[in-house]
Design a protein around this ligand. Structure first.
Ligand code: SF4
Length: 460
């Protein structure tokens, strides 16, 4: 799961890309990078572990000159958290260059890599994305977009790509449309981003979504769009609206804030909490859903849990040790709002349950009389192979325990999840065309033959 951002045709392309990456920081905090191409066609890259704010020194930004740039914020879904796996990838091939930023996860990465290695390819990272670079390097075509189209034949799974081939930016989205990608305009320049909030920060206007299966090229000859990939059922990721995207973004054509409020309202209808006196969110991703729950139920909304914003997202820390330590430093309850009360705690999802259990204990210690847990999505029971780093099924608490066991384990007085139908009916374009495999176990495509090998990214 990652954020990608790109600019074509602006002399401050790298600086704009850095700004865009700030807005996409929530999509990945392990590493960040920018590739810029100057007026003479020279490509330069800067990548670093950590946050965007930590990654780019002024001196480095000064070097990233030119009218073309692409950038990436990463957390690992395939390949370890290490600098050699930071993106964008920049490869030099036959006196030209290929730069690539990828959001998503390829489901046949192991096979793609094995075929390339059998054919003599040498890999410098463990990322699934590197296989695409090799395939582009070997592909032929009478235009940059035709080369990318040829390279993507046989590539399966989720991808939104920003590619720079010499002085052309090529943008691609897989035919299922799992991940979001939008195109915007900034004067005469073109801007591409995972979410619209990244267009807002640079003052770009949203032009349109890149369509599932579409490849767009932009260069000195203008903008060209082709749809060379076989059409497939649309499977937009419902979890983007539930948890991942920012509420100030429009994703898949709809406001994330609106869909989260609708999720909260439906949750209040399906799983009411009679007698409760206060509703509060597990901030920040659940704020809108908790507001929706409060609006529908009439129970007052309070800011009863305060989040320390200087600690990263628990969910996307790659090790258990990092996650455990962060629960307590990340949240603190407001005792005055909780003491002696029956309260509703709204969260968008429960993954391992570690955070939820810790929070319930904090809220009880602050004096809450009853804690009613309400979740604005269905129970997560299966892993994701399309770009969200949900853990192995064995670590998913809802897959391991019955409802009664969960209530006891989490230490709540009651626990209510939204149904899958309720969740899908809150999506901006209606319930159809969404992937819900992690909630239903119904995968819309074949899953990898060896998921653990894919996760490790070893693909060797
Ligand atoms: Fe999104 Fe879940 Fe589907 Fe993955 S499995 S794409 S997280 S809905």
């Amino acid at each position: 799961m990652c954020g990608i951002f790109g600019v074509y045709g602006h002399q401050e392309a790298a600086a704009l890309t850095q700004l865009g990456l700030y807005s996409l920081q929530h999509r990945g905090q392990e590493s960040a990078g920018i590739v810029a191409v100057d007026d003479d066609g020279r490509a330069r890259v800067s990548r670093a572990m950590g946050l965007v704010s930590e990654g780019f020194e002024d001196a480095e930004m000064d070097v990233l000159q030119g009218p073309i740039a692409i950038g990436h914020t990463r957390y690992s879904t395939a390949g370890a958290s290490a600098i050699e796996n930071a993106q964008p990838i920049l490869a030099r091939v036959r006196r030209s260059h290929i730069a690539l930023a990828h959001n998503g996860n390829l489901t046949n990465a192991v096979e793609l890599r094995r075929d390339l290695e059998d054919d003599g390819a040498i890999f410098s990272s463990t990322m699934d994305s590197e296989a695409i670079v090799h395939r582009i390097a070997r592909a032929t075509g009478d235009s940059p977009e035709a080369r990318v189209a040829s390279a993507l034949q046989g590539v399966e799974g989720a991808y939104c790509l920003l590619v720079v081939l010499d002085e052309t930016v090529v943008v691609a989205r897989d035919p299922h449309g799992w991940r979001p990608l939008v195109m915007g305009r900034l004067g005469e320049s073109y801007v591409f981003a995972s979410e619209t909030c990244a267009l807002d920060i640079v003052g770009a206007t949203v032009e349109r979504e890149i369509l599932p299966g579409e490849i767009v090229a932009v260069d000195a000859q203008g903008v060209r769009s082709i749809q060379p990939l076989a059409a497939a059922p649309i499977n937009r990721c419902v979890f983007e609206h539930v948890y991942f995207a920012r509420p100030d973004s429009k994703v898949f054509g709809g406001s994330v804030d609106r869909s989260r409020r609708a999720l909260g309202r439906k949750l209040a209808i399906e799983q009411p909490a009679p007698g409760a006196e206060v509703v509060f969110a597990v901030p920040d991703s659940s704020n809108s859903a908790a507001l929706g729950f409060a609006e529908e139920s009439g129970i007052p909304y309070e800011l009863a849990l305060i989040r320390n914003h200087y600690v990263g997202r628990t969910f996307i820390q790659p090790t258990q040790a990092g996650r455990d330590a962060k629960v307590k430093v990340k949240y603190n309850p407001v005792r005055e709002l909780l003491e002696g009360k029956s309260v509703v705690m709204v969260d968008d999802s429960i993954v391992r349950g570690t955070t939820t259990r810790g929070l319930v204990s904090l809220v009880r210690a602050a004096g809450a009389r009853e804690v009613h847990m309400r979740v604005s999505s269905a129970p997560i029971i299966s892993s994701c192979y399309y770009g969200i780093d949900t853990p192995h099924r064995g670590e998913l608490i809802a897959a391991q325990m019955s409802h009664a066991e969960l209530v006891r384990h989490l230490g709540v007085d009651s626990l209510g999840y939204l149904s899958i139908d309720g969740m899908l009916s809150a999506m901006p374009s209606g319930p159809d065309g969404y992937c819900h495999a992690c909630f239903s176990g119904r995968y819309p495509t074949p899953i990898p033959a060896d998921p653990e090998l894919l996760r490790a990214g070893s693909a060797a």
